[in-house]
Design a protein around this ligand. Structure first.
Ligand SMILES: Nc1nc2c(ncn2[C@@H]2O[C@H](COP(=O)(O)OP(=O)(O)O)[C@@H](O)[C@H]2O)c(=O)[nH]1
Ligand SMILES: [Mg+2]
Length: 278
C-alpha cells in the first residue's frame, strides 16, 4: 500500500518544503483517507522528530482503527451464521464464495445460501462458485422470498451440525427501504432458529468516500458487525480502510485483493500498519 512512504521519506530528510507538504497531502487525499484525517496527520507530523516519525504515526493510526475483535464472533449455537450485505457490485457474491472457501480451508464445514433471489444471474453466479469450491448451496426460485431461502438454509445447517452458514444477499431492490426491510426479515428468520453471528458489510474500496455513506445507511438499518473491504488489489485507495474504521468504530474482518477465489485474507492490522511505510 505504501500509503505513508512519501511522508516517511520526507520526514527523514531535515527540511520539508511547502511543495513537499502539498504533494504528501495530495497523495494522502488520493488514498481516500479523508481530508479531516489527512490534516490531522499532517499537523502531527510537522511536530515530529524524524527518528520518532514511524512509531508516532503508527501509534496515531492504530488509535484510529477499531479495537473490536477481527475474528468471527462465537456464540452458543454450533452453526455460526454470517450474513453478507452491501450495495450492488461491491463484491458480495464473490466474497461469500471466498469466505466459504477460506473457512473450508481452515477445516470447517460450510453451507452457502443464495438469498439474492432478485436476479436469476445472482443464483447462477454463486452456484458456479459453490461447485468449484465443492460447497453446498441452498437457493430458491427467481423472485422467491429471500427469507425463505435463509430459513431453509439455517434449518439444513443446523440439522447437519455444520460449522458455518454464509448467506449472500441482494444489493438492490425496488427501493432502499425495501432492501433494508428484507435484510431485517432475513435476520429475524435466522434468529428464530439460531443466532446471526456476523453481519458483514462489503465495501468496494474503489468507491472511496461514497463507500462511507453506504456504510452509514446499512449501519442504521441492520446491526453491522464488521466489514469486508474488496478490490484492494492494485489500488492506491488503502486509506479507506483507516477512514471507515475511524468513522464507524467497526472492524474490517476480511479483505479482497482480486477476482480469484484465493484473493481473500483476514485483515491483519499489524501487517497493514507495517505496509503503510514500505
Ligand atoms: N479486482 C477485484 N475484483 C473483485 C473483488 N471482489 C469482487 N470483484 C469483482 O467485482 C464484480 C462484482 O462482484 P459481485 O460479487 O458480483 O458483487 P455483488 O453485486 O456485490 O454480489 C465482479 O466482477 C467481481 O469479480 C476484488 O477483491 N478485487
Ligand atoms: Mg451478488
Amino acid at each position: 500500500m505504501s500509503l505513508f512512504k512519501k511522508l516517511f521519506t520526507a520526514l527523514k530528510s531535515n527540511s520539508i518544503s511547502q511543495k513537499d507538504w502539498d504533494e504528501i497531502r495530495a497523495q494522502l487525499i488520493a488514498s481516500d483517507l479523508g481530508p479531516k484525517l489527512v490534516d490531522q496527520l499532517i499537523l502531527k507530523c510537522k511536530s515530529l522528530k524524524p527518528e520518532d516519525a514511524r512509531e508516532s504515526i503508527t501509534e496515531e493510526v492504530s488509535s484510529w482503527l477499531s479495537a473490536k475483535p477481527r475474528n468471527i464472533l462465537n456464540s452458543e449455537a454450533k452453526t455460526r451464521t454470517i450474513l453478507i450485505v452491501g450495495v450492488n457490485g461491491a463484491g458480495k457474491t464473490t466474497s461469500a464464495a471466498k469466505l466459504a472457501n477460506y473457512l473450508k480451508s481452515q477445516g470447517s464445514s460450510v453451507l452457502l445460501a443464495a438469498a439474492d433471489t432478485f436476479r436469476a444471474a445472482a443464483t447462477d453466479q454463486i452456484r458456479t462458485w459453490a461447485k468449484s469450491i465443492d460447497v453446498e448451496v441452498i437457493f430458491g426460485e427467481e423472485n422467491s422470498d429471500p427469507a425463505s431461502v435463509a430459513f431453509s438454509a439455517i434449518t439444513k445447517a443446523k440439522a447437519s451440525n455444520l460449522d458455518y452458514l454464509v448467506i449472500d444477499t441482494a444489493g438492490r431492490l425496488h427501493t432502499k427501504q425495501n432492501l433494508m426491510d428484507e435484510l431485517a426479515k432475513i435476520v429475524r428468520v435466522v434468529q428464530k432458529q439460531s443466532t446471526v453471528n456476523e453481519i458483514l458489510l462489503v465495501v468496494d474500496s474503489t468507491t472511496g468516500q461514497n463507500g462511507m455513506s453506504q456504510a452509514a445507511t446499512f449501519i442504521e438499518a441492520v446491526n453491522i458487525s464488521g466489514f469486508i473491504v474488496t478490490k484492494l488489489d492494485g489500488s492506491a485507495k488503502g486509506g479507506i480502510a483507516i477512514a471507515i474504521e475511524k468513522a464507524t468504530g467497526l472492524p474490517i474482518k476480511f479483505v479482497g485483493t482480486g477476482e480469484g477465489i484465493d484473493d481473500f485474507t483476514p485483515f491483519d492490522q499489524d501487517a497493514y500498519l507495517a505496509g503503510l511505510f514500505d
